[in-house]
Ligand binder design. Structure first.
Ligand code: VG1
Ligand code: CO
Length: 551
């Protein structure tokens, strides 16, 4: 036992675990897995052992408010004190959105940040919990880091924790824990100030106060409620009924904090309620990094959203100098590629997960990036950013004086439309899922030239990515099949689920003829959906007739 400024530091013999390998975005498990003795501590100590820069440095700490958030914060504070962290800034009530953590790391030059969230996964006692670490650039830790924590977590002998009292988190204040300073800070203001630098708040405010546009934002009882109140209601004077589900709850009110048409039902019905309905709707996920944008009876596909942002960024104050390049994850539709071609800028294709955009942003190769999974962002931070995307659209609407639907249709007319869908088969048997992927991998090199219902395969492979900045190689990122009419099918397994495996099938078709831009998406893609099923033998191998979720 060591005495540090009258604080006892205790070394506790840990239990090692062999399942603490972070997935696409941090470590996610059922709450009861995290509740096992030493489980959280074993993982957190592994982070401290790898991120040695935290010793003597500043740590940003917060989460999405789900069940176990408050408990985990107290443990992490005590472990930070015992591991020699100099200062921790923690969000009031333990709340910080993922983009806010990224913003704070950069603004205060922190050594890193810990976000407690399982993002879009359900919460509550029987739900999921998660933890992710962000490095000094504000972005998710790279695979080299998460691989190192995983190795340590399997063989750690003990962890260090301070014998100290819990810190009140329900008000802003500063205090000491031994030699470590703790600041409980306003979760919102720094982030809101950054947003004000990027967008024309006066113009957006006038749009609201003149009554030209009403909005509805669904915070899904997750972390963005306080952010939305400060930004949309206070700073932008949006209509009084603009916010729904804006009180963060430990179980998200029993909902699934995933902003899509299936889970944000209340929002969708508000927007589709006929005359008097708001003209703009948006939702965000558990930790505030995703966004869904909708108009009246109109859904903006996230891949289209990235393309539209890229085509119009120069119209907004924060991006008026134009953008230097863009990136999208492999399964994201190629709508943004068409815009990049016209703008004459580079377009990078990366594996799934925000960590792959970090180097491209740091190296100033790209300004905007996005994923089909309702994620978009820019070089203002190193995470995807839900509220930022909403503000981007609001600012664009204020500049163009057009509806969400008009902006999107005009875009399709100019660049062509990428019909796009993702079919998820959730909680399927892991062995069956692995076998399905292996079967695709085995076939992938021999599919070229094959023809399916008139669609000829041009290229087929298992996607592998070489980072152009550090030359690191990431393999087996998904099977992609490209057809000669620019249609594409991508198959991959999710890295964020906590039950069995989830197969994601991504399907897209490019259509330049504007008279063909009005089909229901699933109808436009019927043939390709059938082709995907027959090549991968989904129904028989997964023993499912239908996908569980279609987005
Ligand atoms: C999913 C999405 C991916 C996203 C990741 C984290 O990963 O597909 O695009 O980056 O979630 O988002 P996967 O491996 O399940 O397909 V978040 O908002 O949940 O942190
Ligand atoms: Co998220």
């Amino acid at each position: 036992m060591i005495l540090n400024n009258k604080m006892k530091i205790i070394n506790i013999a840990t239990t090692t675990f062999d399942d603490q390998k972070p997935g696409t975005s941090g470590l996610r498990k059922k709450v009861n897995v995290f509740q096992q003795s030493h489980y959280l501590e074993n993982f957190v100590q592994s982070i401290f052992n790898v991120a040695t820069e935290l010793k003597g440095g500043l740590l940003i700490l917060g989460g999405d408010g789900r069940y176990y958030n408050a408990h985990a914060i107290q443990i992490i504070l005590k472990m930070a004190a015992a591991n020699g962290v100099k200062q921790v800034m923690v969000g009031e009530n333990g709340l910080l959105s993922t983009p806010a953590v990224s913003c704070l790391i950069r603004k205060y030059k922190a050594a890193g940040g810990i976000v407690l969230s399982a993002s879009h996964n359900p919460g509550g006692v029987n739900g999921d919990f998660g933890i992710k670490f962000n490095i000094a650039n504000g972005g998710p830790a790279p695979t080299s880091f998460t691989d190192a924590t995983y190795e340590i977590s399997k063989r750690l002998a003990e962890y260090q924790i301070a014998d100290a009292d819990d810190i009140p988190l329900d008000r802003q204040h500063s205090c000491q824990m031994g030699e470590m300073k703790i600041d409980v800070i306003d979760s919102v203001s720094d982030y809101a100030d950054l947003m004000e630098q990027l967008f024309d708040f006066n113009k957006i405010r006038t749009m609201f106060t003149s009554g030209w546009l009403e909005m509805c934002f669904d915070a899904m009882h997750a972390v963005t409620g306080p952010y939305a109140r400060e930004i949309f209601s206070k700073r932008l004077s949006a209509n009084v009924d603009a916010l729904i589900n804006s009180i963060p709850l430990e179980d998200f009110g029993g909902g699934h904090p995933d902003p899509n048409l299936a889970h944000a039902k209340e929002l969708v019905s508000r927007l589709n309620s006929g005359p008097g309905a708001p003209g703009f709707g948006a939702a965000s996920d558990g930790d505030g990094d995703r966004n869904m944008i909708i108009g009246q009876n109109f859904f903006v596909n996230p891949s289209d959203s990235l393309a539209i942002m890229t085509a119009n960024a120069h119209l907004l104050p924060g991006y008026k100098q134009g953008i230097c390049g863009v990136a999208r994850s492999l399964p994201t539709s190629r709508a943004v590629d068409k815009v990049a071609e016209v703008l004459g800028i580079d377009c990078y294709e990366t594996p799934t997960g925000w960590k792959y955009f970090g180097n491209l942003l740091d190296d100033k190769r790209i300004t905007l990036c996005g994923e089909e999974s309702f994620g978009s962002g820019s070089d203002h931070i190193r995470e995807k950013d839900g509220i930022w995307a909403v503000l981007f659209w609001l600012n664009l609407i204020a500049v163009k004086q057009q509806s969400v639907e008009e902006i999107t249709r005009e875009h399709w007319k100019k660049y062509g439309r990428h019909y796009y869908t993702r079919h998820d088969y959730e909680a399927i048997d892991s062995d069956a899922a692995e076998a399905l992927m292996q079967n695709l991998r085995d076939q992938s090199n021999s599919l070229a030239e094959n023809e399916y219902s008139g669609y000829k395969v041009l290229l087929s492979d298992d996607f592998s990515y070489t980072d152009p900045v550090d030359n690191s190689i990431t393999e087996n990122q998904g099977i992609r099949i490209l057809f000669d009419d620019e249609s594409r099918i991508v198959f991959r397994l999710s890295g964020t689920g906590t039950e069995g495996a989830t197969l994601r099938v991504y399907i897209e078709k490019y259509e330049t003829d504007a008279s063909q831009h009005n089909l229901p998406v699933q109808t436009a893609l019927t043939e390709l959906i059938d082709i995907a099923n027959s090549i991968a033998e989904i129904k028989s191998r997964c023993n499912r007739d239908q996908p569980d979720v279609i987005t």
